[in-house]
Design a protein around this ligand. Structure first.
Ligand code: NAD
Length: 266
């Protein structure tokens, strides 16, 4: 916890759900929400990770694949049934494409141009869009329905600076995250009528297991563009928890770019 938020209890008595909470940014959000008083439900497709993170904060673990709409509906219903409300939803579950990252690495090593788009399969495209975009739709829909019923709440989705920076070799990832931004902003405009605030954080490179799968040559190129190194998951958790907190009560439909000032990497 950093100096600014140490000792704050912005989520005392609140119930929170964090998707993708078994790793990286999501796990850091779980720890921060719990440290600030929330009872946290941790959902992840990797059940043991969700269980481990939930156990570390006295929270509740759920195994869920966010591409499964019925499973996401059941997850939100279970949170409300068990805890009586769902005040904060942070949707961090997402993926990039390790196969495409391998192609980028190969190209950089051989000196050939990066050529992901002509090698990308339908399955490779669908996987990223299904998890990143369909998953966000499923979570937003289920969360807004439940929060509307109870008279309000706060939702934070996670996009990526990759959709602004248009990294070379990330066409499906960049497209999915640009769509997450637009989807979240559109839903924000509807949901605020029901007292539900929707906002998004768009991280640049963050030191998580996902970033650990980034080719070394790509990572070196990213690091060379910024005055500061990769952000920590805790820094992103700070940004996310601010948007979920009462202090951001006037912030609706924001896409908060948190990338340390890094822009194009080619
Ligand atoms: P991570 O791999 O550490 O964590 C992602 C979590 O999502 C994992 O626990 C994974 O099991 C879970 N997940 C994946 N598919 C799922 C599914 N179908 N259903 C439920 N859970 C699923 O990665 P991270 O870096 O913490 O990423 C969190 C979010 O931040 C992602 O949306 C990612 O796209 C975004 N992001 C990350 C970076 C970065 O550099 N790390 C940069 C920009 C955006």
């Amino acid at each position: 916890m950093n100096d600014q938020t140490d000792g704050m209890r912005r989520f005392a008595g609140r119930t929170a759900l964090v998707t993708g909470g078994g790793s990286g940014i999501g796990a850091a959000v779980v720890r921060r929400l719990a440290a600030e008083g929330a009872h946290v439900h941790v959902a992840d497709v990797v059940a043991p990770n969700a269980e481990q993170v939930a156990a570390s904060v006295g929270g509740r673990a759920h195994a869920v694949d966010v591409t499964d709409a019925a499973a996401v509906d059941a997850l939100v219903a279970a949170v409300v049934a068990e805890s009586g409300s769902i005040d904060v939803v942070v949707h961090t579950a997402g993926v990039d494409d390790p196969v495409a990252k391998g192609w980028i690495q190969e190209a950089r090593e051989s000196g050939e141009p990066v050529d992901v788009i002509s090698r990308l399969t339908d399955e490779g495209w669908r996987r990223v869009l299904a998890i990143n975009l369909d998953g966000t739709f499923h979570v937003l829909r289920a969360a807004v329905r439940a929060m509307r019923e109870q008279g309000g709440g706060a939702i934070v989705t996670v996009g990526s600076s990759a959709s602004f920076d248009t990294l070379v070799g990330y066409p499906h990832y960049a497209a999915s995250k640009a769509a997450v931004h637009a989807l979240s902003q559109s839903v924000a405009k509807e949901a605020i009528a029901f007292g539900v605030r929707v906002n998004t954080v768009a991280p640049g490179p963050v030191d998580t297991p996902m970033a650990g799968r980034t080719p070394s040559s790509v990572r070196a190129a990213m690091e060379a563009t910024g005055a500061v190194g990769y952000a920590s998951a805790e820094e992103l958790a700070d940004n996310i928890c601010y948007l979920a907190s009462p202090g951001a009560g006037n912030v609706v439909g924001a896409v908060l770019l948190s990338n340390g000032g890094r822009f194009t990497v080619s």
